[in-house]
Design a binder for this molecule. Structure first.
Ligand code: HSE
Length: 400
């Protein structure tokens, strides 16, 4: 019997307990022994809960119990999660988490600590919710240089943009709905401003290059400036608007960014709707691969956390190597990426042509008093220069 402690009894923590309970038999078989939740750390009491007797309020109680083999962190946020993680690992406990904020900031450090103590620090649920992407990157795609890794990495915003496009729903109503369904972060600003996707692409990029990528260095745009008018144009163009986190191998480094894109149906990410996430990987030997599935929510995320716990139980006496060194890799400026841009402006056609040269004008039903167009292929520096020269920009969305 393996005893674990769950830190945080919110959406994910209670999901972990539920998955362990509901799938007890299959989990026991696959882990090789039964996994029991001995403690649940939370500030609150849960008097009606069947696990009420396992609730504790003091982390020391968990740390001092030598029976605890795995500490599962599901509190979210960097602190006190980082302090708790360090304590657990330094005390020789294995550690599993779904916390992308923690891993994006301190992943390399925690992995190094875990290696030193011959325990494991696993974080498969930190990117893509229930989709297995971290383990495949670490174990299966190891023969390749990854040339591109891009994805729909935030379920809340994908859910919102799908509903807004399909049902013409209002931004605030759809956000509330996503929060109620347990997809959104405690502070949904992290979702809609792209910060959550930014941390996830930072983790993925760190894993593909084996070095530390600082999420603060990743250019990040959210979806808060996307309007109903943009959806009208997207529809007229047969495109969908999706928030993507992307990384491209550029020389010896990577070029990473988070931004909304207009995708057409030739993109493998075009068909990813609702709360689903997908990660597209292009390897220099493998070619293309796609990982698709439930990207957020209680049980999909908890399922990935419990899968890590099972992996830990299977490797209780050894450290599973993960290549993510603490040395920082400087990213290439995102403006070096070339692409096309969808632009809405009140500028006159002469000014548009002078700044951007030949463009493709786009029309949308019921939209007047402005011009919309798609530029030719250009890099980010050239776009900024042309946009400044033309002025009067209402909107700009990258086109893929
Ligand atoms: N808020 C996140 C999302 C949860 O919507 O994708 C999963 O990381």
């Amino acid at each position: 019997m393996v005893k674990i402690a769950v830190l945080g009894y919110g959406t994910i923590g209670s999901g972990v307990v539920e998955v362990l309970e509901k799938n007890r038999d299959v989990i026991t078989r696959r882990a090789g022994e039964e996994i029991e939740v001995k403690y649940i750390l939370d500030l609150r009491e849960f008097p009606e809960d069947p696990y009420a007797d396992r609730i504790v309020h003091d982390y020391e109680e968990i740390c001092q119990d030598p029976e605890v083999c795995v500490v599962v962190e599901a509190m979210g946020g960097v602190e006190p999660a980082f302090t708790f993680a360090k304590k657990a690992i330094l005390a020789g406990r294995h550690f599993a988490t779904s916390n992308k904020a923690l891993i994006a900031k301190h992943g390399a450090e925690l992995i190094a600590m875990a290696q030193e103590k011959n325990v494991n620090c696993l974080f498969g649920a930190s990117v893509g919710g229930g989709i297995p992407i971290i383990r495949p990157l670490n174990c299966c795609l190891t023969a390749d240089v990854i040339e591109e890794i891009s994805g729909i990495l935030n379920g809340t915003t994908n859910y919102m943009m799908t509903k807004m496009a399909d049902e013409g729903s209002d931004f605030d109503d759809v956000l509330k709905d996503a929060q109620q369904k347990g997809f959104a972060e405690a502070d949904p600003t992290a979702d809609i401003e792209g910060h959550d996707a930014c941390r996830k692409i930072a983790i993925l990029t760190s894993l593909v290059c084996g070095q530390q990528i600082d999420f603060e260095d990743i250019h990040t745009e959210g979806i808060t400036k996307i309007t109903a008018t943009d959806f009208k144009y997207a529809k007229a163009m047969g495109r969908r608007i999706r928030l993507l986190g992307s990384s491209y191998k550029t020389g010896d480094s990577y070029c990473a960014m988070v931004a909304p894109y207009m995708l057409d149906d030739s993109s493998p990410l075009y068909g990813v709707n609702g709360v689903f996430n997908a990660v597209f990987v292009r390897g220099n030997m493998l070619g293309d691969a796609m990982f698709y599935g439930s990207g957020a929510g209680k049980l999909p995320t908890a399922s990935a956390v419990v899968a890590d716990v099972i992996d830990i139980v299977r490797h209780k006496d050894e450290h599973i190597p993960l290549e993510w060194r603490p040395e920082k890799l400087e990213l290439v400026d995102y403006r070096q990426l070339t692409g096309r841009y969808f632009v809405r402006t009140t500028a006159q056609s002469a000014a548009i042509e002078k700044a951007f040269g030949m463009v493709t004008v786009v029309e949308a039903e019921g939209v007047t008093g402005e011009t919309a167009f798609v530029t030719g292929e250009m890099d980010g520096y050239a776009y900024e220069q042309a946009a400044e020269q033309m002025g009067d920009i209402l909107q700009c969305i990258r086109v893929k």
